[in-house]
Design a protein around this ligand. Sequence first.
Ligand SMILES: C[S@@+](CC[C@H](N)C(=O)[O-])C[C@H]1O[C@@H](n2cnc3c(N)ncnc32)[C@H](O)[C@@H]1O
Length: 328
Amino acid sequence: MKKHIFKPGECMAWRNRVIPSSDDDQMSGHTFGGGWTEDKLDCLGKYLAEYRKIFVKNERARYFKTWYVDAFAGTGSRSVPDPSTHVEPLFDGDYEDPESQRYRDGSAIIALGLESPFDKYLFIEKSKVRLNELKGEIRKRYSELLGRCEFSSEDANKALRDWSARRDWEKEHAVVFLDPYGMQVEWETLTTLAATKAIDLWYLFPLGIGVARLLTRDGIIDEDWQKRLDLVFGTNEWRNRFYETRIKSSLFGNEETMVRAAGEEKIQEYIEERLGTCFAKVAKGLVLRNSRSSPLYLLCFAAANERSAHTALKIAQWILGHSKGTRR
Ligand SMILES: C[S@@+](CC[C@H](N)C(=O)[O-])C[C@H]1O[C@@H](n2cnc3c(N)ncnc32)[C@H](O)[C@@H]1O
């Protein structure tokens, strides 16, 4: 049988009984995602272009300094298998042909390549190796923008909270992109971003690769996973939303059992409802699926600024609605 190599984009929870993690931190060269990655980056890129147009055209908006923050920035590029040169291995076993990889721009490079760039950029990437690769890529391709860029190799949650506390939100606006592999984003980080009332958020929520996999049918969930779900949702109320209590009669009397009552739609509904408790407006997200149509992530959008949220949502919802929603 062919051995499966777990790629960073996949959840390792069921394999190794650990919380979904990133964590091939020492690796350089960055392979992740599938067709759904194109959709995700396409939505982000389109939104960033429209966002910057507003700040260029609208005289009142021009007053604000704009930030693009990529909190799980990666290396700036990613390798994807090239179908035209990819050769199936003759023998079983791990096989990765470097010649059959081609490189595509990641979120950081897309954000720097806009016709009208942002005034400031913050790239957060926990892996120092990747962060250095990203710096090199920017130096090579957008050296003229290097002076606008700040870099952090801290955990995204901490770096975002610190950055947000240092800003003057009367004069600054931002788009923040959260693109984790798994369940790294803490609820408190989201409420901090929402409280600025100046941030538009794109969040790749780990719907299928994280949350749905942790919600066992019988409600018996490892304690660490329960804690992680609490951190992601900012409450333990998910238990009541995702589980029902049933009474089962047996020879020994009635017995209470827990049954999962949450599919993909319920989880989506819940995270969007949660975002709605702190952001001014929340779009209906786009479910990103793998080639077998299984949900991997939910691409969410939320706007914190009451005054601009209506326009922001209209643009984001249009982009999400017109995305191919690929099932490759
Ligand atoms: C899906 S990749 C990001 C891809 C990138 N947005 C792009 O389009 O090229 C996720 C990245 O987050 C980094 N990462 C994982 N945990 C992190 C954390 N807690 N804080 C910051 N970065 C983290 C990983 O090293 C990895 O490079």
